[in-house]
Design a protein around this ligand. Structure first.
Ligand code: GLA
Length: 663
C-alpha cells in the first residue's frame, strides 16, 4: 500500500491538540500549511479525553479537529489511543495493570500501563478502537491508521502466566516436549503440571535460558495479538486503501519486527540518534536499512526530533542543518514519510523539554525555519522518489530470536552487546560507502551478491541450510564470531558450532571461546581484534587469511576462508573490518555508487537519483564520473566533474537529460 498521498511524501508529526485550548488549533493549522505539513498523527494518548468515564464517548472535539485539518488540506494519521489507558481503568480493573518480575504493579501516572494479556484491557481497547473506526473510518482527512504506540510492555502477572501456558501448549503440545526443549533435567527444573509453568519471575540465581527465550517469544506474540485485533477492527470500517501501521522503536529487543512487519501495511519507526554522536548518521542509516528491508520498499519515519529529546542524561539540540541532513538521508534510504514527535512542543507534562517542530521559540525559532525548508524540499522531491526502491547487493542478517538467546546471563562474556556488534558491521559497510539491506537468516538471499552475519548465536536448521545453499549457489558469505552455536531451543550444537557451518568455513574444531576484556585487543598481524577470540583449528587446505600472533592463541586462525565463505573469529577494529568488507565486496563485483568518495560523505541511489549526504562540518568536494552532467534536483544547480558540499550539505543529483539512464 502506498504511503505517499497524491504523490507527495508525507511530512508532519504527532499532534496532541488535547493539550491546548482550541484557539491554538487554528494557529496550528495555519503554521502547518506554512511548513508544508501534509499530515499529522492524532490521538496517540487521547484515551482519557475521549473516554473520561467508563463507556463515555467525547468525540465532539475530535470531529472539530479533523474537520479543521481537512479544511486546511492536512491529512490525519489517526491513532488508537490504547497505549495509555486512563487511570479509571486501572482503579476499577487492577488486573489491567502489568506486573514486573518481582510481582510489583506498574501503576498509572506515566503511560503504557497495560497488561497485554488482560481480557478486560483487550475488551476496553477493542471498544474504543471500534468506535473510533466507525466514526472516522471514512472521514476524508483520514490517511492512515496508527495502532497503539511503540508496543514495549512486559507482564509477569497471573493473567500473563495463563496466556504464556496457552502459548506453550500450542507450541509444544505436551509437557514432555516442553521439558525436553527447556532442558529441565538441569537443576531440578522438571515441570510436572502446567501450573508449574510460570513466567521467568525473580529467582535465586540464573534462570532457565530456554524459558527466558520462550517468554520473549511469547511477549512479542502477545503484544502482536493486541495489534492485530485493533488492526482488524479499523480495517473493517475503513476503505481498503487506508493503510495500518504501528511505530517500532529502532532495533529494539522486545519485538520480533520481522514477524510484526508482515502484519503491517506500512512499516514505521521512531529514530532518535544523539546529535553529538559522530556516528549518528550511520545509526540513522542502519535503522533506515532495517526498516526498509522489513517493509520491502518504502517505509515511514514516524518520529524523529527537530531538536533535543528529554530522556538522555544531557540532551543536545541539533545544530543548524542537521535536522535537514538526517531528514533527507531518510528519504535517500527509502522513506516516503518524514515525521516528528511532535508538532508543537508541550508546555506541561514529562516531555515539556522535548523539542517539537514548533518549539517554545515559536514561529520565529531557528528550528522552525529549518522545518519549513525541509517541508518545501520534500515537496520538491516527491515526484522523483515516492514509491521508488533503494538498490542493494549486500544483506546483513539479523534475527531477534538469536539476539534473545545470545544475550542471557551465564554466557562466555557480558561484554558482547549484540546490537553493538550489528552496528559495528553496518558501520564498516557504511564507511565503505556500500548500501546494505537487512534480511532474516531464513529469507531467500539469492538476490544478494554478499551476505554478512555480524553474529547469529542461534540458528535454526532451516537457517543453516539456507546459508549453505546460498554459498553453494554462488553467494559470498562473511560471518562473525560465535555464530551457529545454538539450535532453535538454545541447545548448544555438538562441537560448539553447527557441523554444516564448520564444514562450510573449513573449521575443524572449535576448542574454546576466548572472550576479551574491555579495551583488550588481540594481535592478528595486519589488524587488532576486539571483544572476542576463538581457539579454532582449520581443516586441511583452508586458507588462513589472518592468524593470532602471540598470546594463548598464537598461530591459530583469526580469519579463515573456504572459497566464498569467510569466518571471523574476532571483531576486527573498525578500519580493518571496513577494508575487509570492502575487499570482499569488490571481489564479488560490488562497489560504492561513486569511486573515491571522501570519508563522511554518504552516497546512496534511490530511484533515478544519486543522494550525496555530507555528515561533516567543513567543505568537501566529491568527484563525479567524467563526462556526465548532473542537475541538483533541490537547488537546480548544474554539476560536471565535481560537486562541493558544505557543512551538513546535501546534493540530490539527477543526470541531465542528454545523459543515459539513472544517475
Ligand atoms: C517515543 C514516543 C513518543 C515520545 C518520544 C520522545 O518515540 O512514541 O510519544 O515520547 O518517544 O522521544
Amino acid at each position: 500500500m502506498t504511503i505517499a498521498h497524491e504523490g507527495r511524501l508525507l511530512f508532519g508529526g504527532d499532534y496532541n491538540p488535547e493539550q491546548w485550548p482550541e484557539e491554538v488549533w487554528a494557529d496550528d493549522a495555519r503554521l502547518m500549511k506554512e511548513a508544508g505539513v501534509t499530515s499529522v498523527t492524532v490521538g496517540v494518548f487521547a484515551w482519557a479525553r475521549i473516554e473520561p468515564r467508563p463507556g463515555a464517548r467525547e468525540f465532539g472535539w475530535l470531529d472539530r479537529l479533523l474537520d479543521l485539518l481537512h479544511a486546511h488540506g492536512i491529512g490525519v494519521v489517526l491513532a488508537t489511543p490504547t497505549a495509555s489507558p486512563p487511570p479509571w481503568l486501572g482503579r476499577l480493573h487492577p488486573e489491567t495493570l502489568p506486573r514486573d518480575e518481582d510481582g510489583r504493579t506498574v501503576w498509572w501516572g506515566s503511560r503504557q500501563q497495560f497488561a497485554h494479556s488482560s481480557a478486560v484491557y483487550r475488551r476496553h481497547a477493542a471498544a474504543i478502537t471500534e468506535d473510533l473506526a466507525v466514526r472516522y473510518g471514512r472521514h476524508p482527512a483520514l490517511r492512515m491508521w496508527h495502532i497503539n504506540n511503540e508496543y514495549c510492555t512486559f507482564d509477569y502477572g497471573d493473567e500473563a502466566a495463563r496466556a504464556f501456558r496457552d502459548w506453550l501448549r500450542a507450541k509444544y503440545d505436551t509437557l514432555d516436549a516442553l521439558n525436553a526443549a527447556w532442558g529441565t533435567a538441569f537443576w531440578s527444573q522438571h515441570v510436572e503440571t502446567w501450573e508449574d509453568v510460570i513466567p521467568p519471575r525473580r529467582a535465586q540465581y540464573l534462570r532457565n535460558p530456554a524459558q527466558l527465550l520462550d517468554f520473549r517469544r511469547f511477549t512479542s506474540d502477545a503484544l502482536m495479538e493486541c495489534y492485530v485485533a485493533e488492526r482488524d477492527l479499523v480495517r473493517r470500517h475503513s476503505p481498503a486503501h487506508i493503510p495500518v501501521t504501528t511505530n517500532f522503536m529502532p532495533l529494539w529487543v522486545g519485538q520480533d519486527a520481522w514477524a510484526w512487519a508482515a502484519q503491517e501495511d506500512v512499516v514505521s519507526v521512531d529514530v532518535y540518534p544523539d546529535p553529538r554522536d559522530p556516528l549518528g548518521g550511520q545509526y540513522n542509516a542502519m535503522i533506515a536499512d532495517m526498516t526498509r528491508s522489513q517493509a520491502r520498499g518504502p517505509w515511514m519515519l514516524m518520529e524523529q526530533a527537530a531538536g533535543p529529546v528529554n530522556w538522555r542524561g544531557v540532551n543536545h539540540p541539533k545544530p543548524a542543518g542537521l535536522n535537514r541532513l538526517w531528514s533527507l538521508q531518510a528519504v535517500a534510504r527509502g522513506a516516503d514519510a518524514v515525521c516528528y514527535f511532535q508538532w508543537r512542543q508541550s508546555r506541561q507534562g514529562a516531555e515539556k523539554f522535548h523539542s517539537g517542530m514548533l518549539g517554545h521559540a515559536g514561529e520565529e525559532g531557528r528550528s522552525f525555519a529549518e522545518v519549513k525548508r525541509i517541508g518545501a524540499e520534500l515537496a520538491q522531491l516527491s515526484s522523483e522518489v515516492t514509491g521508488t526502491q533503494v538498490p542493494s547487493q549486500i544483506a546483513v542478517l539479523h534475527d531477534w530470536h538469536s539476539w534473545w538467546a545470545g544475550t542471557q546471563d551465564g554466557r562466555p562474556s557480558t561484554r558482547v552487546v549484540y546490537e553493538d556488534v550489528v552496528r559495528a558491521w553496518h558501520r564498516a559497510l557504511w564507511e565503505a560507502h556500500l548500501t546494505a539491506d537487512f534480511a532474516h537468516p531464513e529469507h531467500d538471499l539469492s538476490a544478494y551478491e554478499v551476505v554478512v552475519v555480524p553474529q547469529l548465536y542461534l540458528l535454526t536448521d532451516a537457517a543453516v541450510e539456507n546459508l549453505v545453499a546460498y554459498v553453494r549457489g554462488g553467494g559470498t558469505l562473511v560471518c562473525g564470531f560465535f555464530t551457529g552455536t545454538a539450535d532453535a531451543d538454545d541447545r548448544v550444537r555438538p562441537g560448539g558450532m553447527d557441523a554444516r557451518l564448520r564444514e562450510l568455513f573449513g573449521i575443524r574444531t572449535v576448542h574454546e571461546w576466548w572472550p576479551l576484556e574491555d579495551r583488550e585487543t588481540v594481535d592478528c598481524g595486519e589488524f587488532a581484534g576486539t571483544l572476542w577470540s576463538e581457539e579454532l583449528t582449520a581443516a586441511p587446505g583452508v586458507e588462513v587469511v589472518a592468524a593470532y600472533r602471540g598470546g594463548d592463541l598464537d598461530g591459530l586462525p583469526a580469519v579463515l576462508r573456504r572459497g566464498r565463505a569467510w569466518y571471523l573469529s574476532t571483531l576486527p577494529e573498525p578500519p580493518a573490518l571496513r577494508s575487509l568488507l570492502a575487499n570482499v565486496a569488490a571481489g564479488a563485483d560490488v562497489r560504492p555508487p561513486l569511486s573515491g568518495l571522501p570519508a563522511g560523505v554518504e552516497a546512496v541511489r534511490r530511484g533515478g537519483l544519486l543522494f550525496l549526504l555530507h555528515h561533516g562540518r567543513g567543505d568537501v568536494t566529491v568527484t563525479l564520473p567524467d563526462g556526465t552532467a548532473y542537475r541538483d534536483v533541490l537547488s537546480g544547480a548544474a554539476h560536471t566533474g565535481s560537486v562541493t558540499l558544505g557543512r551538513f550539505g546535501v546534493a540530490v543529483l539527477a543526470r541531465e537529460a542528454r545523459g543515459h539512464g539513472a544517475a
